[in-house]
Design a protein around this ligand. Structure first.
Ligand SMILES: NC(=O)c1ccc[n+]([C@@H]2O[C@H](COP(=O)([O-])OP(=O)(O)OC[C@H]3O[C@@H](n4cnc5c(N)ncnc54)[C@H](O)[C@@H]3O)[C@@H](O)[C@H]2O)c1
Length: 253
């Protein structure tokens, strides 16, 4: 049990096969009280209700659109009202879109960047004051191997740009908030089997991608949840501003 008595907020944690949901389950198994934040209030509440019980109170599900600053502030008020001190924030929510540079519309750019990158800023701004005033905490931010290798897996260039922006933002926050005990790190997964790709990942694409993965399998949501657990727990007490690859060796650098 690595998170006994801790409180954790996880964005994008309602979707059934998603990384956020797997992380919420793993954190609850390790004793954390979890706030599931997601676009749909009912789905978030259902996900929270299905988590393993912990000793220090109920899990909660809260509506939050990370692209909307006011929605993040409202979610933080609700979560802090229920939990008091927040120890862990997982900036996990994200969306993708497989398009090429010349096909990216202004609306596409705005949508992809605002959810994947600006959302990390919004939610961090909403929870950092609470963490700072309660002696610190751990923030983990979702980037992607697409940020490091210039896409080429599934998401378009706007997705790569947004996920690369997350790395810079997380490192800058790590530097700024280290002195008050808040660690900030990022994860860069390769292709993980969730529903984010919808029906756009064809069997042929899958075979092609597998050829480039030394560990010879696609990732599972739990593979990433395990790394979030490491970053959330005291096992990583001296780690901040780091980027952890979870890609089966797809990118070795
Ligand atoms: N699956 C992969 O191969 C892969 C690889 C690298 C990075 N990622 C990243 O991992 C994260 C989780 O993705 P996943 O694969 O579990 O997909 P998923 O679609 O299962 O989960 C994404 C979750 O984010 C939620 N969400 C979407 N927009 C939101 C918003 N504006 N506000 C709040 N919540 C929102 C969705 O409702 C969903 O629950 C994303 O940031 C994604 O970009 C995924």
């Amino acid at each position: 049990m690595l998170l006994t008595g801790r409180t954790a907020v996880i964005s994008g944690a309602a979707s059934k096969r998603g990384i956020g949901r797997a992380t919420a389950e793993l954190f609850a198994e390790h004793g954390a009280r979890v706030a599931v934040l997601d676009l749909d209030a009912e789905a978030a509440q259902e996900a929270a209700a299905a988590l393993p019980k912990v000793g220090h109170g109920e899990h909660i599900g809260v509506r939050c659109d990370v692209a909307d600053r006011a929605s993040c502030e409202a979610a933080s008020v609700a979560t802090i009202g229920a939990f008091g001190a927040i120890n862990i924030l997982i900036n996990n929510a994200g969306i993708t879109q497989p398009v090429k540079t010349l096909d990216i519309t202004g609306k596409d750019w705005e949508r992809i960047v605002s959810v994947n990158m600006t959302g990390v800023l919004h939610l961090s701004q909403a929870f950092i004051p609470n963490m700072r005033d309660n002696g610190g905490g751990s923030i983990a931010c979702m980037s992607s191997v697409s940020a490091q290798r210039g896409g080429g897996i599934f998401g378009g260039p706007h997705y790569s740009a947004a996920k690369a922006g997350v790395l810079g933002l997380a490192k800058a926050m790590a530097r700024e908030f280290g002195p008050v005990g808040i660690r900030v790190n990022s994860v860069t997964p390769g292709l993980i089997q969730t529903d984010i790709t919808g029906d756009k990942l064809t069997p042929e694409m899958r075979v092609d991608i597998l050829k480039g993965i030394p560990l010879n399998r696609l990732g599972e949501a739990r593979d990433v949840a395990n790394i979030y657990l490491f970053l959330a727990s005291d096992l990583s007490a001296y780690v901040t501003g780091a980027v952890l690859d979870v890609n089966g060796g797809m990118l070795i650098h």
